[in-house]
Structures are given as structure tokens and as C-alpha cells.
Design a protein around this ligand. Structure first.
Ligand code: KG4
Ligand code: ZN
Length: 352
């Protein structure tokens, strides 16, 4: 049995979790503590890095203590301590990394510096034990990527965004329409009552070669449509949300189909299409992806909603995956604001 504590402080949630891999191969989330800072950032319409870092400092000790308590474990019972060491907001990352390193030092446990994006990618192995290779669509507030996941630590980025992340586009659309932050859930809710065909918004890069995204033109088109019909009624807002969401779903559909072809061209036969990141909560998007998977003869895997957004169980699980392969780190491993998926920490920081 392997039990790892995971810590997540890369953005605006302070989170700690203990996950176990049992001898029979079953996985168990023994605790999954999360404190969202949404209320602290909402007045600003986005995450303020200084405020986030300060909240992490104030909350993390208690969150870790409560994750251990709920798992009914002491530090000495753990097999390792994992932290999201990047990418993300550097202030928060340093808070998490320093805490994790201190715990690892005091308890004399292996330390694992986890890439937050890899943790999102591996979540489907925690929840569904999916094998490699698989195609990952990662869509969150800060990241948009289509990735061929070949093994733990081995990824090929097939496409990403040239400008805004998908979640960011939802957040900006919501702000423009006066809907509450975070934007994704607000836009999806308003879109339920709206007409997706009323506004003919652009589908940037649709049909073009490759798997990249570009969403800033869509955002501009939405702004111009708003300005044309202002002042907006409730129906206008619903129709704008529905039209915007439909455009995003069409683009994601097209890019994902391209990525499924690209992964085959790389010589891999994907087992599954996996979606991760906060945007994976979006119903119409999930539906479109499940259709693509069915048509392509691959499994569609979307982790449960509480494991799609940022959480520490995914960090603990990525820690287990790495610990099993002796991919641990020494305590000089840095927190990294920028850390592309697939790029390993330099060898000097690896202990194995
Ligand atoms: O993964 P996540 O919790 O944090 C980041 O790492 O960014 O993702 C948050 C993002 C936000 O941009 C939010 O608006 C978006 O995910 N999101 C959604 C939905 N729920 C959250 N976007 C579209 N539809 C949703 N239902
Ligand atoms: Zn994330």
C-alpha cells in the first residue's frame, strides 16, 4: 500500500489530500480538503496573486492538519509528500512547496515535486484506472491544451491556445455580460434559456490544420454584438451566452477531432479521450466530447466534477504515480511559475 499527502496552492484554492493505492490496485481518496478563495477574489473579477498567496499562508497548516485527521493518519504513516510545484502563481507555489518540503524533512519522507498539469492529466487514472496512451483535453482558467499522454512523465503537446484559455474566455464573456465570477458556470446557466443561433459568432481556426485554439477574436465579436444591441435584456444575455458557448463547443469539437488524428499519426492508438480542468464541468462540452469518442471508438472519460477543477487529490495521486517509479525529487527542486507539461525538472534536482 502507498499513501501520499498532496498539497495544492498554485492558484486560488488551498487544498490538501491523502490518497492511497492499495495492494489490490484499488485507489482510495482518504481525505480531500479544499478551501476556495473565490469570495476573496470575486470583487476583482479574477484572481489577485498577492491576495491568493496571503490566503494560502494563513490557511495551509490547518488544511493539511485536517486532511491528515480525516484520513486518520499521522505524518509518520505516509509514504511520501507531493506538492504542485508549478506552473501557477509563484507566491502560492512557494507557500505550498516550502510547507511540503518542511514536512518531508521533518518526517524524513520522500518529496515529490508535481507538475500541476500532469496531475490534471493523471486524474483519469485515479478515478478510472485508464491505461496509456490517451488523448487529454485540458481546459481550465489558465490552460488549454490537447496532449498525447504516453506514460507518466511522457507527454506530447499537440495543440494549445494562441491567446486566451477556454476558461478565461468564459470568464471574460461573463464579465462583459455582467454575470458573476467565475464565469463558466454563470455562462452555462444563462445559456440554458438562450437561443444558440441568434448571434452568428465566429469559430476561429475551425477546419484549419493543427490542434491550436485562438479565442480572442470570438471575445471581440461577442463585445461588438453586445454593443450593437445595448442595453441588454435578460433574454439578450441568455442568447449571447448560448451563442458564445455554441461557438466554443464547435471549436473544441473540431480541434479535438484533429488531435485524435494527430495522435494516430504519432504512431499511438489512443485508448481514451480524457477531459480535465475546470471547464470539463460544462455539460454541452462534455456531450460533444462523448460523441467524438463514441464515433472514434475510444472511451470517453470525464472525472467527477470535484476532481475536474483544482484539487489536492490529483496532486497526491500524481505523487503516487511518480513515487512508484522512483521519480522523487530532492529538497532543492524549485517552485516554477512556468513549467510546460512534459519538461522534467533538471537532473540535479532528482534523487532517483
Ligand atoms: O481548473 P480550474 O478550477 O482552475 C484553473 O486551473 O484555472 O478551472 C477554472 C476555470 C474557470 O475559468 C471557470 O470559469 C471554468 O473553469 N469553468 C467552466 C465551468 N465551470 C468552471 N467553464 C465552462 N463551463 C463550466 N460549467
Ligand atoms: Zn488547474
Amino acid at each position: 500500500m502507498i499513501r501520499v499527502l498532496g498539497i495544492e496552492t498554485s492558484c486560488d484554492e488551498t487544498a490538501a489530500s491523502v490518497v492511497a493505492l492499495n495492494d489490490d490496485g484499488s485507489r482510495e481518496i482518504l481525505s480531500n480538503e479544499i478551501l476556495s478563495q473565490i469570495a476573496a477574489h470575486a470583487p476583482y473579477g479574477g484572481v489577485v496573486p498577492e491576495i491568493a498567496a496571503r490566503h494560502h499562508v494563513e490557511a495551509l497548516d490547518k488544511i493539511v492538519a485536517s486532511a491528515l485527521e480525516k484520513a486518520r493518519l499521522k505524518l509518520k504513516d505516509l509514504d511520501g509528500i507531493a506538492v504542485a510545484a508549478g506552473p501557477g502563481l509563484i507566491g502560492g507555489l512557494i507557500v505550498g512547496a516550502t510547507t511540503a518540503k518542511t514536512l518531508a524533512l521533518v518526517a524524513n519522507k520522500p518529496f515529490i515535486a508535481v507538475n500541476h498539469l500532469e496531475a490534471h492529466a493523471l486524474t483519469a487514472r485515479l478515478t478510472h484506472a485508464v491505461g496509456f496512451p490517451f488523448l487529454l483535453l485540458l481546459a481550465s482558467g489558465g490552460h488549454t491544451a490537447l496532449v498525447a499522454a504516453r506514460d507518466v512523465g511522457s507527454y506530447v503537446r499537440l495543440g494549445s491556445t494562441l491567446d486566451d484559455a477556454i476558461g478565461e474566455a468564459f470568464d471574460k464573456a461573463a464579465k462583459l455580460l455582467g454575470l458573476p465570477y467565475p464565469g463558466g458556470p454563470s455562462v452555462e446557466k444563462a445559456a440554458e434559456r438562450g437561443d444558440p443561433e441568434r448571434f452568428d459568432l465566429p469559430r476561429p481556426l475551425l477546419g484549419r490544420p493543427g490542434c491550436d485554439f485562438s479565442l480572442s477574436g470570438l471575445k471581440t465579436a461577442l463585445r461588438l454584438a453586445c454593443e450593437r444591441i445595448a442595453p441588454l435584456t435578460g433574454t439578450d444575455i441568455s442568447d449571447l451566452c448560448a451563442s458564445f458557448q455554441a461557438a466554443i463547443v464547435d471549436v473544441v469539437d473540431d480541434r479535438t477531432r484533429h488531435a485524435l488524428r494527430a495522435i494516430v499519426e504519432l504512431g499511438h492508438k489512443p485508448i481514451a479521450l480524457v477531459v480535465a480542468g475546470g471547464v470539463a464541468a460544462n455539460g454541452p462540452l462534455r456531450l460533444a466530447l462523448s460523441r467524438i469518442a463514441a464515433e472514434s471508438g475510444v472511451k470517453f472519460i470525464a472525472p467527477p466534477l470535484d476532481l475536474c477543477g483544482d484539487n489536492a487529490a490529483m496532486i497526491a495521486w500524481a505523487g503516487i504515480e511518480r513515487l512508484r517509479r522512483n521519480m522523487t525529487d530532492d529538497l532543492t527542486a524549485p517552485a516554477r511559475a512556468r513549467w510546460p507539461l512534459g519538461e522534467e525538472i533538471e537532473r540535479s534536482h532528482r534523487t532517483a
